[in-house]
Design a protein around this ligand. Structure first.
Ligand SMILES: Cc1ncc(COP(=O)(O)O)c(C=O)c1O
Length: 388
């Protein structure tokens, strides 16, 4: 057993509370903590100072009363679903979702008799039409992964105000730097903190931000399901947050430059990026995706459709992966630029018809634009296009 008395020691860096349980100096203190008369830590599945420190920062970023961290973005999403959905309930979801979330709603929750309707949530009428008497929740991804479709959060929340339907927004792509769902009326904001919060590709972690009442209920479920993260991973994400504002600004400006550079290239058929007037929700993006000071930002995921077919895609991806700074891999939001081909990678198990219907074409390449010097990114993409 380690008993370390930290009184009088004030580290400048981060302390990691790498412990399963916390010891009490007296039985009286233990009794008080257990019966809630005094605050304190008991067991890391329930809480840990490294969770709480990160949770305070995420709550502040999302303008939430409180937040909770989880072992992954999927742990955050599934814990919220198990907390609030019951057999017989119905959920309305964005038609395009991150693959794991899509599987959860389409296949896993269905086994508990929880039904989901997938609709194009960029259109309010589709939501009106999809709502049933047993609809308990709307789950939005905006922008969606990987098609970058946007949904009008404030209008949707206005529509559902009196229906007692929870509005949950996966805010991973926009981040609270550019979009604050709770301010727009949503009940819960969810994150894969694996992405921009951590920012360095070395951790898998999730987060939920909402009001204190809902946090208390979700916390109870997290404690029992054991979907908490590790203290060490929380400490890494907290370090990532120190540079969050700098990284996001650079991600955004690089993505903007890449999108405008590529859209005029003769070997590119289409660029999907909310900053481009050709994007179907460009006007909504300008209203909804803004910093606290009102500066518009569109995030750092750019969809690229090349002219040609599989041969061109193969040459392009291989050139980037083998000859440049760009990594061919899933995930996103890391310091380096990453590319992947959803039809053959993240969404390969989705039937082609279904995939095409939601906009994941055979040609689509998802680019997570990193924070390298832009000249390096531009040179990489220019050379890869020349190689086709
Ligand atoms: C938008 C979005 N939400 C949720 C997740 C799941 O997060 P995690 O991989 O941290 O479980 C991902 C993963 O890529 C994602 O892109």
């Amino acid at each position: 057993m380690n008993i370390i008395d930290l009184s009088g020691i004030y580290p400048h860096g981060r302390v990691i509370f790498s412990t399963g349980s916390f010891s009490f100096k007296s039985w009286g203190k233990a009794i008080n903590v257990f019966n809630g008369k005094e605050g304190g830590f008991v067991y890391t599945r329930i809480s840990n100072p490294n969770f709480e420190s990160l949770e305070k920062k995420i709550a502040a970023l999302e303008h939430a009363e409180a937040a909770l961290v989880f072992s992954s973005g999927m742990a955050a999403i599934s814990t919220v679903m198990l907390t609030f959905l019951r057999p017989g309930d119905h959920v309305v979801c964005s038609r395009c979702l991150y693959g794991g979330t899509d599987d959860l709603f389409a296949n896993k929750l269905a086994q508990w008799d929880i039904a989901a309707s997938f609709v194009n949530t960029s259109n309010l009428q589709n939501i009106r039409d999809a709502i049933l008497q047993n609809t308990r929740m709307i789950f939005l991804e905006t922008p969606t992964n990987p098609t970058l479709e946007l949904s009008p959060i404030a209008a949707i929340c206005g529509l559902l105000k009196k229906n007692n339907i929870l509005v949950v927004v996966d805010n991973t792509f926009a981040t609270p730097y550019f979009q604050r769902p709770l301010r727009l009326g949503a009940d819960i904001a969810i994150h894969s903190a694996t992405k921009y919060f951590n920012g360095h590709g070395d951790v898998v972690l999730g987060a939920v931000a909402t009001n204190q009442d809902l946090i208390n209920i979700i916390h109870d479920w997290r404690s029992i399901l054991g979907t908490n993260p590790s203290p060490h991973d929380c400490s890494l994400v907290e370090r990532g947050l120190d540079t969050f504002h700098l990284r996001i600004a650079k991600h955004n400006s690089n993505a903007l430059q890449l999108a405008f550079f590529l859209q005029n290239h003769h070997k590119v058929k289409r660029i999907i990026y909310p900053a481009l007037p050709s994007h179907p929700q460009h006007t909504l993006a300008r209203q909804q995706m803004r910093t606290k000071r009102g500066v518009v930002g569109y995030g750092a995921i750019v969809g690229i459709e090349l002219e040609g077919g599989a041969e061109e895609i193969e040459k392009f991806l291989n050139y980037l992966a083998q000859k440049t700074c760009v990594s061919l891999c899933v995930s996103l939001g890391s310091t380096d630029t990453m590319i992947q081909h959803p039809a053959s990678m993240t969404h390969h198990s989705m039937p082609r018809e279904e995939r095409l219907e939601i906009g994941i074409t055979d040609e689509l390449i998802r680019t997570s634009v990193g924070i390298e010097d832009f000249s390096e990114i531009r040179a990489a993409f220019e050379a890869a296009l020349d190689a086709i």
